[in-house]
Design a protein around this ligand. Structure first.
Ligand SMILES: *Cc1c(COP(=O)(O)O)cnc(C)c1O
Length: 468
């Protein structure tokens, strides 16, 4: 498979180069040159596959020419073998026509594990083949950092340094980053806020000498290899509920638009997906776009669903590329404008095309809490605030939908115990395999918010020269 940039002027690359490059050189995001196609007969054939077997089928065309079949199988098998549920992504029926797909059975209890576990192994495989190594540096306010650490621990070709604001992440999230006992993992508590962590990481990447010397790399969702593995669970849910003979709709709590874009990809590949509902919190830029066709930037406000507190959804660019008929020049002009003016609009025709698949809906904190409470009362299921936004969106828009509707449960309730307690009166328990998380010994380094100090720490701890 060849990949092209959404801004039209970066080189066309193979999968392995896309993986290692991340952001395209023209500032765009890489997308496959064409969508692999699966026929109704293919989907029927997939009915008896395990989750990992299905993942291999779905990803094979995307990595063709870069990763051989046996390696892909080993990578996928390793990625999902320690998940906490034999079905990996189990479906639960909540109501007539409404299902929830649990995407929190990975090591850090949020859906990001489903891609990150594959990504870490892909990186390791490709880098070892090339005789290269990388240093992953990232800033986190929670979910992404822990998922990245779990995915990169003990990988031979990777060192990982994750910065989080000292004393400013939840106890569960902190322990998920600091109790990983692996020599290549470094959790750094920076004296400062999340923005200081982000600025620090940007500064490290902008120091080109340091960046090249350390082979710095990122694992955020602009990387195509973060999107690709997520396509599998859309196939799995649709097939379980009757595809190819019956279409299915999804409700997806969204922030960076990475998760729901994977659903769009599944639809392009032949899965009958009639609707993708985009759930938002009070940071509702996406929901407003889906109604008006105008993307209008506003400030980010904190909410009970912090993983969706996002102003500009980086993966929306991949959808925009298709809406603008894959005209990279037009995407580049639109987004340069957006950066300068804080808004852009698509035409009525383009909006109508987006609306054939997407509908947006915003949910405030009070309604989020009410949905957690109502779901517990009606079904006995304790859900987290992000999951609640997906289900609330599904319920709010259900009148327009006749197909089975699957709402994605993106985090385990024990990751957000305070909001769940506020809504339901219960503190949700961690799953058994993490029950002793709060007692495990922590390993972290507190560093001053000073780039010389952080650089010195990275240089000192990176595995230089080494075996490769
Ligand atoms: C990351 C995250 C989201 C947002 O997903 P996007 O792919 O950024 O749209 C929603 N819920 C949870 C729990 C998350 O961790």
């Amino acid at each position: 498979m060849k990949y092209i940039s959404t801004r039209g002027s970066a080189p066309t690359l193979n999968f392995d180069d896309v993986l290692v490059t991340g952001l395209a050189r023209d500032g765009g995001l890489y997308v496959p040159m064409e969508w692999p196609q699966f026929s109704p007969a293919d989907l029927r054939r997939f009915r008896n596959l395990s989750y990992a077997e299905l993942a291999v089928e779905v990803m094979r065309p995307f990595v063709e020419g870069s990763i051989d079949d046996a390696s892909l199988e080993a990578i996928v098998k390793g990625a999902y073998q320690d998940f906490g549920h034999p079905a990996v992504a189990p479906l639960k029926q909540l109501d007539q026509g409404l299902w929830m797909m649990e995407l929190f059975h990975g090591p850090t209890l949020a859906f990001k594990d489903y891609a990150m576990q594959v990504l870490g192994r892909l990186f390791d495989h490709v880098l070892q083949q090339r005789g290269e190594r990388i240093t992953i540096v990232g800033a986190t306010s929670g979910d992404t950092g822990s998922a990245a650490i779990e995915a990169c621990r003990d990988r031979d070709a990777i060192d990982i340094f994750i910065l989080f604001p000292n004393n400013r992440v939840s106890p569960v999230q902190q322990r998920q980053m600091t109790t990983v006992d692996a020599a290549n993992v470094h959790a750094i508590a920076l004296d400062g806020h999340f923005d200081d962590c982000q600025d620090m990481v940007k500064g490290l990447f902008n120091d080109l000498a340091f960046r090249d010397k350390m082979q710095l790399s990122a694992v955020n969702s602009i990387n195509w290899a973060r999107i690709m593995p997520q396509i599998t669970y859309y196939f799995a849910a649709a097939i379980a509920l009757g595809a190819p003979d019956r279409p299915v709709a999804f409700s997806v709590p969204s922030g960076n638009f990475g998760n729901v874009f994977s659903g769009y990809a599944a639809a392009q590949m032949g899965v009958p997906i009639s609707q993708l509902l985009v759930g938002a919190n009070r940071n509702d830029i996406l929901a407003r776009f889906m109604t008006s066709g105008t993307m209008q930037m506003r400030g980010v406000e904190p909410s009970l669903s912090p993983s969706m507190d996002i102003q500009v959804s980086s993966n929306f660019e991949r959808l925009l590329f298709d809406l603008l008929d894959r005209d990279g020049g037009a995407v580049a002009r639109t987004l340069t404008d957006f950066r300068q003016t804080g808004h852009f609009s698509v035409s009525q025709g383009q909006l109508a095309r987006a609306k054939e698949t997407f509908q947006g809906h915003a949910v405030d904190d009070a309604t989020t809490l009410a949905r957690i409470k109502a779901t517990a009362a009606a079904t006995g299921e304790i859900i987290d605030p992000h999951t609640a936004i997906g289900i609330e969106t599904a319920v709010a828009l259900a009148a327009n939908i006749t197909d089975p509707l699957v709402s994605l449960a993106c985090a385990h309730p024990a990751k957000f115990p305070d909001a769940v307690h506020q809504a339901s009166g219960h503190y949700p328990a961690l799953p058994a395999r993490l029950a002793d998380l709060m007692e495990r010994p922590e390993r972290l380094t507190v560093l001053a918010n000073d780039s010389d100090v952080v650089k010195a720490f990275i240089e000192e701890h990176v595995t230089t020269g080494g075996t490769l």
